[in-house]
Design a protein around this ligand. Structure first.
Ligand code: RFL
Ligand code: PHB
Length: 390
């Protein structure tokens, strides 16, 4: 087989890139290790920046998002149970985020890809990258019992943190920056109405909590928990009780119900530089991870592929390689700002194992300062709603 761009991974990054290339009439093939049902069922992010919504509109995959996405003009902080609101729209000149699950984004993009005839191989086995630093890179993989070789001009690694693309760059040619946190998030999904109209991020002496949602009838909640904790120790009733404590005022009237999904995810800050090696480009979680506190992971995957598709269009249409040369630096500039924001918001809202009473007072003072300062709220709001695609 031969194509122009081989895309590894059918998460948001790979799928959105395939559609951006499709409208630019650049051929691609997408190789995904998991089956379709698995990819569509993975519950992850839920908050889309305007930049991400615009990109989905640009590829014409926003009909359901426009109908079912929830417009959020603000969000709340709960500090030891007491609530105040950040009016994002007012602070940013009218911008807002959209609550629409990553599962829905993925489903919409897969439907569009299949409808438009984008070659998409699910259950691709043993995907391996070859000669990435030559002008003739190729990918080998197994599908439906057969071995395949896919020749291409470029390979894009959109295969997430545990994928095979980043390790295809020699260690001597990349540098990693990493911070692991000593806690995780226990997340639950339940078919009950959310406890408020907007999201609430809670800093409580027991630890962080977040009240989020997927729709007017489906709630998503998170609790900070220890990395060594097991789900067995967290029956639904204990989770609801703890949410009520940490969310305080904002959980008054919270409706409880059986969880339909439950899991613990570790928190990590990670960047691998550069995001290019020869004819191999990395995008999304393959190159960088943020802790979910700022809701930036999926949005960064989208901005990476926006930059990369622009660069590839420049290469194919105008035979210009300046875009490809500049891709890594351009993406990383936005990535590092989101890394900073996610790290800062994590530090502001979580309970750290080594936190002494002074450190806790510093968190409370900063939250109190934000509550009373339009300047501080503006900084927070412009980062939360997402920085522009420079
Ligand atoms: P993805 O979504 O991980 O997709 C990568 C795809 O590549 C496939 N793959 C391979 N395919 C072929 N060959 C291989 N060898 C392969 N190895 C892997 C995988 O099966 C998968 O389909 O990366 P992408 O596209 O860069 O998208 C990034 C986002 O998914 C990610 O940033 C966010 O979901 C992060 N994230 C969250 N972000 C938020 O903003 N809010 C959240 O609440 C939130 N929760 C989460 C998360 C990430 C999690 N992970 C990675 C474990 C919760 C979890 C559990
Ligand atoms: C979610 O709804 O899954 C969600 C929302 C906001 C975050 C993280 C996760 O910051």
């Amino acid at each position: 087989m031969r194509t122009q761009v081989a895309i590894i991974g059918a998460g948001p990054a790979g799928l959105l890139l395939s559609q951006l290339l499709h409208i630019a009439k650049i051929e691609c093939v997408v190789l995904e290790r998991q089956d379709r049902a698995y990819v569509e069922a993975r519950v992850r992010a839920g908050v889309l920046e305007p930049v991400t919504v615009d990109l989905l509109g640009r590829v014409g995959v926003d009909a359901r998002l426009r109908r079912q996405g929830l417009r959020h003009d603000g969000f709340n902080f709960a500090v030891d149970g007491e609530v105040f609101r950040i009016d994002m729209a007012q602070l940013t000149g009218g911008l807002h985020v959209t609550v629409y699950g990553q599962t829905e984004v993925t489903r919409d993009l897969i439907d569009a890809a299949l409808e438009r005839g984008t070659p998409l191989f699910f259950e691709a086995q043993d995907v391996a990258l070859h000669d990435v630093d030559s002008a003739g890179p190729y990918v080998t993989f197994g599908a439906e019992g057969q071995a395949h070789r896919l020749d291409c001009d470029f390979i894009v690694g959109c295969d997430g943190f545990h994928g095979v693309s980043r390790p295809a760059i020699p260690e001597s040619a990349r540098r990693t920056f990493q911070r692991d946190y000593d806690f995780g998030w226990l997340g639950i999904l339940a078919d009950v109405p959310p406890c408020g109209e907007e999201l609430t991020y809670a800093n409580h002496e027991h630890g962080f909590a977040l009240a989020s949602m997927r729709s007017p009838t489906r709630s998503r909640y998170y609790l900070q928990c220890g990395l060594d904790e097991h789900l067995d120790a967290w029956p639904d009733e204990r989770i609801w009780d703890e949410l009520a404590v940490r969310l305080g005022q904002s959980a008054v009237g919270m409706i409880r119900g059986p969880s339909i999904e439950k899991g613990i995810a570790p928190l990590r800050s990670f960047v691998s530089e550069p995001m290019r090696y020869g004819r191999l480009f990395l995008a999304g979680d393959a190159a960088h991870i943020v802790p979910p506190t700022g809701a930036k992971g999926l949005n960064l995957a989208a901005s990476d592929v926006a930059f990369l598709s622009e660069a590839l269009v420049g290469w194919y249409r105008d035979h210009a390689d300046a875009g490809l040369e500049g891709y890594s630096a351009r993406s990383l500039s936005r990535v590092w700002k989101a890394e900073r924001f996610s790290w800062w918001l994590t530090g502001l809202t979580h309970r750290f194992p080594d936190m002494d009473p002074f450190a806790r007072k510093m968190q409370l003072a900063e939250l109190s300062y934000i509550r009373g300062s339009i300047a501080a709220q503006t900084t927070l709001a412009e980062n939360y709603v997402g920085l522009p695609l420079d």
